[in-house]
Write a protein that binds this ligand. Structure first.
Ligand code: XUL
Length: 511
C-alpha cells in the first residue's frame, strides 16, 4: 500500500487526508475543531478573544494538542497507519512561533518523555502566544518598513508591500514590546515549520511557499534578505530557520509518533502554507490553470513561472510548491457581499442564483460592505452606477456576480492571462449563476473541483511527490478531477471587455 498523509493546521482546526496512490482514493479524512474539542484553550474561533479587534493571537500548545487528538482519532479508526510512507503538511500562513534555546534539546528528547507534546515543549516558548494571519495590529511597524525601504522596493524584493499580517512586522512589534522576550528567542518558526519540526524531532526549514508570506524572503535570490531582517530586529537572521524548496525532505518521523501506530523514520517533507498547498490540491501548480476560492472572502491564485510583483501593490507572490511562483489576491467582500445583496432582494439562494441571467446588463457595484483589501479601501462603503434600492432582484443578482468577477479579472491582470482554465472551490462554487458569469467574464472554461480540503489534499500530494517520487502531472487527473464544467460563452466577450473598462472607471472614481 502506498499511502501518504497530508495534515492541514488551519485557523479553526486541524485536518488530515490520507491518500492511497495505488487505488487513487482518499483512504481516510479526519478533523479536530479547536473551539469545540479543546475548550480549555478558550478559543472558540481558533484564536484568543481580545478586546482589541486588531489583535489576533493563538496559544501554540493548542496546535500541538490538536495534532495529537487528530492522531488519536486516526489510530482509533483502525486504519493501518503503519502503511503511511510519507507525511507533509499545511499551516495557516504568516503566524509565528517563538522558541528559546531549550527547544532543540526538548525536540530530541520527545520520544523518551511520557507527557504530551504540549507539556514537553511548554517551557520552550519564549512568547506564550502566537500572532496569526488575522492580526492587523502592526500598522506602525509596516509604516516604518515602508519609510525605510519604500513600497516598490519591498514589493519587488519580497513579493508584497509591508502587510500587517505578514511575519516581519509582527516580529518587529514583538521586539519593540518585549525586547527581553525577543533576546530570549533562539528561533522563530512559522506555524508550518513549527509543526514540521515537532514531527521530525529537530528544527525544520521554512519552504519558499510559506517563507514568501513573511516580507523577509528575497524572491530574486530565494534567500532571507539580510538588510530587511537586520532592520526588523537585531540578530533576526540568526533566529530564522533555513529556507528551502517545498520538495525537500525535512527529516524522518520522530519515534515519539510510534505511539500512534506510525512507522518510525518515514520521510517528512517540509510543510508549506495553506495557499501554496491549495494550489497543489486544486491541481493547479502547473502553469495554465488559475483558481478562485469562493468563501467568506474570495481568493484568486495561479502559478507563475517568473517572479513579478503586482504593480498596484495589492497582490502577493509566494513560492509555488511545484516550482516557480504563485500569485495570490484576497478579496475581502466575497460571500459576505453576495449574501448582503441577496438579503436586499428578499430571495432565497436558489432563486437569487438563478435570477442573474434575466437581469439587465450594464449595472455595476463596488461591493465594499466591509473595508476591502483588493483594491485597498480602509473604510467600508458600497458604490454603484445604478439605484440599488429600487433595482429589480434579477438586476441586483446579475450586478453583484458580474461586478465581483470583473474585479477579480481586473486585479489579476498583472499575472498575465495565459491560463486556459479557471478552477473553482469553496461554498459559492455551488452557485450556478456565479460560476457561469465567471466563465464568461474570464472567457475560459471554468471547472468546479470536488475537493473540500484542498490544503490537506495538497499536502498529501506533496508528500507523495517528495517522499514517493510521484509526479504532480500523474497525480492530478486521479485526485483533482473536475466535477462540473462551465463553458465560456464567447459571444459575450465584447460586452465584458467594455464592462471591464466601466468597472475600472467606477473603481477609479471611488478612490
Ligand atoms: C493569505 C492569508 C490567509 C491565511 C489563511 O495571505 O492570510 O489565506 O493563509 O489561513
Amino acid at each position: 500500500m502506498n499511502w501518504y498523509l497530508g495534515i492541514d493546521s488551519s485557523t479553526q482546526g486541524v485536518k488530515a487526508e490520507i491518500i492511497d496512490v495505488d487505488s487513487g482514493v482518499i483512504a481516510g479524512s479526519f478533523a479536530v475543531n479547536f473551539g469545540s474539542e479543546l475548550p480549555q484553550y478558550n478559543s472558540p474561533s481558533g484564536f484568543l478573544p481580545c478586546g482589541d479587534e486588531l489583535i489576533r493571537r493563538a496559544d501554540p500548545r493548542m496546535w500541538l494538542d490538536g495534532l495529537e487528538l487528530l492522531f488519536a482519532k486516526m489510530q482509533k479508526s483502525g486504519l493501518p497507519l503503519g502503511e503511511i510512507k510519507g507525511i507533509s503538511g499545511s499551516g495557516q500562513q504568516h503566524g509565528s512561533v517563538y522558541l528559546n534555546r531549550e527547544f532543540f534539546d526538548a525536540l530530541a528528547a520527545l520520544p523518551a518523555g511520557k507527557d504530551s507534546l504540549a507539556k514537553q515543549l511548554d517551557h520552550t516558548f519564549s512568547r506564550r502566544t502566537s500572532p496569526i494571519w488575522m492580526d492587523k495590529s502592526t500598522a506602525a511597524e509596516c509604516a516604518e518598513m515602508t519609510a525605510e525601504f519604500g513600497a516598490d522596493n519591498l514589493r519587488n524584493t519580497t513579493g508584497s508591500v509591508a502587510i500587517e499580517r505578514f511575519t516581519a512586522s509582527q516580529i518587529r512589534k514583538f521586539y519593540h514590546e518585549d525586547a527581553a522576550g525577543y533576546a530570549n528567542t533562539a528561533v522563530i518558526h512559522l506555524v508550518s515549520s513549527f509543526l514540521c519540526s515537532v514531527l521530525c524531532g529537530k528544527s525544520a526549514p521554512i519552504d519558499y511557499g510559506d517563507g514568501a508570506g513573511m516580507n523577509l524572503l528575497n524572491l530574486n535570490t530565494l534567500k532571507w534578505d539580510e538588510s530587511i531582517a537586520e532592520f526588523i530586529a537585531p540578530g533576526l537572521l540568526d533566529k530564522l530557520p533555513e529556507v528551502t524548496a517545498s520538495s525537500a525532505i525535512a527529516g524522518g518521523l520522530s519515534p515519539y509518533f510510534e505511539r500512534y501506530g506510525f512507522a518510525e523514520g518515514i520521510p517528512v517533507a517540509v510543510w508549506s502554507g495553506d495557499n501554496p498547498n491549495s494550489l497543489v490540491g486544486m491541481g493547479a501548480s502547473l502553469p495554465g490553470t488559475a483558481v478562485a476560492s469562493l468563501g467568506t472572502s474570495d481568493t484568486f491564485f495561479a502559478a507563475m513561472s517568473q517572479f513579478k510583483a503586482d504593480p498596484d501593490g495589492y497582490g502577493h507572490v509566494f513560492g509555488n510548491p511545484g516550482g516557480g511562483f504563485m500569485s495570490l489576491s484576497c478579496f475581502t467582500n466575497g460571500s459576505l457581499a453576495r449574501e448582503k445583496v441577496r438579503e436586499m432582494t428578499g430571495l432565497n439562494w436558489p432563486e437569487f442564483d438563478s435570477a442573474a441571467p434575466r437581469g439587465a446588463g450594464g449595472k455595476l457595484l463596488l461591493p465594499y460592505f466591509e473595508a476591502e483589501s483588493t483594491p485597498l479601501r480602509l473604510k467600508s462603503g458600497v458604490v454603484s452606477n445604478f439605484d440599488m434600492a429600487s433595482a429589480a432582484p434579477e438586476d441586483l443578482s446579475r450586478a453583484i456576480f458580474e461586478s465581483q468577477a470583473l474585479s477579480m479579472k481586473l486585479h489579476s491582470r498583472w499575472i498575465g492571462d495565459d491560463f486556459r482554465v479557471l478552477r473553482l472551490t469553496g461554498g459559492a462554487s455551488r452557485s450556478v449563476g456565479f460560476c457561469q458569469v465567471l466563465a464568461d467574464v474570464f472567457g475560459v472554461d471554468t471547472e468546479v473541483i470536488g475537493v473540500s480540503n484542498s490544503a490537506g489534499l495538497g499536502a498529501a500530494l506533496r508528500a507523495a511527490n517528495a517522499a514517493g517520487g510521484y509526479r504532480f502531472e500523474d497525480l492530478y487527473p486521479v485526485f483533482c478531477g473536475a466535477v462540473k464544467t462551465y463553458r465560456a460563452d464567447k459571444s459575450k466577450a465584447e460586452y465584458y471587455r467594455k464592462m471591464l473598462d466601466a468597472y475600472a472607471e467606477l473603481e477609479e472614481s471611488s478612490r
